[in-house]
Design a protein around this ligand. Structure first.
Ligand code: ZN
Length: 178
């Protein structure tokens, strides 16, 4: 998206910091302040749409692996082709081809072994964040969320706090720190 970031004009903003291209969602284009993290969006212009389309065609696309995931596991309107255990097995097999994709085990709300799939959006000089896909084993529709680098740091901090607080729990069987 580097070429696009250089060519789009920034929205008029209340702060005097640098604003960066943040996301594109077809009809709108989003910007984010690099310092105070305000966000703004405005309609995408025709020339931007063209540039973004051209940019997405490029092989070394930041969102390449995520797009491959979507293409393989979802139909044209975004519904998953497989669910539950079948999807988990299929995604685990697919992920072996992508060393940057990580799978972490978790439980769904029926206490059945499920997967969290982490797909980074990155290329050589650009890192946008990570998509996390929750695939419950008991057949419900998977859900996903996206973490910008700042959100990932917050999540990391929260998990570290929770895990270190569990050191004080008397029942060691449930504590991740032995
Ligand atoms: Zn700012």
């Amino acid at each position: 998206m580097k070429k696009v970031m250089k060519t789009v004009s920034e929205p008029s903003s209340s702060c005097k910091h640098n604003w960066k291209y943040s996301y594109y969602s077809g009809q709108t284009i989003g910007f984010r302040c690099t310092k105070c993290e305000q966000e703004k969006e405005r309609p995408t212009t025709a020339s931007e749409k063209y540039l973004i389309r051209e940019d997405m065609k490029k092989k070394d696309d930041t969102h390449k692996i995520y797009h491959k995931f979507v293409k393989k596991f979802q139909d044209v309107i975004g519904n998953y082709k497989l669910h539950g255990y079948d999807l988990i097995c299929s995604v685990e097999k697919w992920a072996k081809r992508y060393p940057t994709v990580t799978i972490v085990s978790c439980d769904d709300n029926y206490f059945m072994g499920s997967d969290l799939v982490f797909i980074p959006h990155e290329e050589l000089n650009n890192y946008t964040g990570v998509t996390v896909i929750f695939i419950p084993q008991r057949g419900n529709e998977p859900s996903e969320f996206f973490l910008y680098p700042g959100h990932a740091v917050e999540l990391l901090k929260t998990m570290k706090n929770i895990v270190s607080a569990s050191k004080n729990i008397k029942n060691k069987e449930w504590s991740p720190i032995k």
